[in-house]
Design a protein. Sequence first.
Length: 371
Amino acid sequence: MAQYKIAWLPGDGVGNEVMEAAKIVLDALKFDAEYIHGDIGWEFWCNEGDPLPQRTIEVLHNTDCALFGAITSKPKEEAAKELIPELQDKGYVYFSPIVRLRQEFNLHTNLRPCKAYPGNPLNYKEGIDLVIFRENTEGMYGGVEFHPIPQHVFDALCTHPKMKKFGEKGLENLALSTRIMSRQGCENIVRQAFEYAKKHNRKSVTVVDKPNVIRETGGLMIRTAREVAKDYPDIPLWETNIDAQCMWLVKNPLDYDVLVAENMFGDILSDLAAQLVGGLGFACAGNIGDNYAVFEPTHGSAPKYYGQYKVNPIAMLLTTRLMLDWLNEFDMANRLENAIATVIAEGKVRTYDMGGSNTTLEMAEAVASKL
Ligand code: IPM
Ligand code: MG
């Protein structure tokens, strides 16, 4: 029997191509695993009304962790139009399957390292080495939303003096998305950030929010961060606002190290940070819970490139490295990262985004040849 069982979720579009690339390096590493395919993505939404069918959830329950390619995602009205005729107007509502996986498996921590590998022509500055911890199940992604606002919800909110004025516009004209955060959620993500900083000798942890305006949720985040920081007296905690932090990341990216934020702000920060080190072709992520994890590059399914084996698989390969790390296969994880770094530094094999013309699989073969 193989040592590991890995749920294999290619998803849509180029997700399939970058997963092929991942398989090339995993085989070169002689990673001992059984890969169990799971259906996920647009095709299953259109034909079954569910982009994450129950049978896929079962696959996840029966594996150690999942490797995920990419999915196509659309706003709910557009998604509804693409259902097969038999499923039209039957009440199916599209929800992003990756957001659902995060919620249903309580994958509370989204780990997003962004490192400028020397020699990458897309680096904004050499030496950037950021690690983002994004809370992954709460905040604006909690899914508690209304449009229009039901009367009873409105009435309950009217105990707040600032709510009344919105009533004058008519409830049918109002939309409400909530940002609900728990002390446990804040504490967990900040602690993960500090633990990481301690283990990897990082110089600081920066908590990013907007407590001067979003006083209650932002305030909870900052106060909780200060509490947690007391357990790590050697690591300074910096506090910044999301807007200023975006500016400073562009201005002085080398000043920052580990960054921690709630869900939505973490989403924004991680795209900005990814672009500083080469963009989507380099952005890897791990959605990590207590007993399960789903590893995914943060890029989408890139329909316009699908079928061309053109996209850069490095994001997927770095994601694979995060998986190996999580499985405590540190030696394989390090070898893979070094191989990727070597191929980037040599500059002989480059995909189109890096100014070259090599294919997805040529890049994977180049990395595999260094293992
Ligand atoms: C990400 C993506 C997702 C998110 C989308 C695809 C739902 O942007 O992983 O950062 O917003 O979390
Ligand atoms: Mg995002």
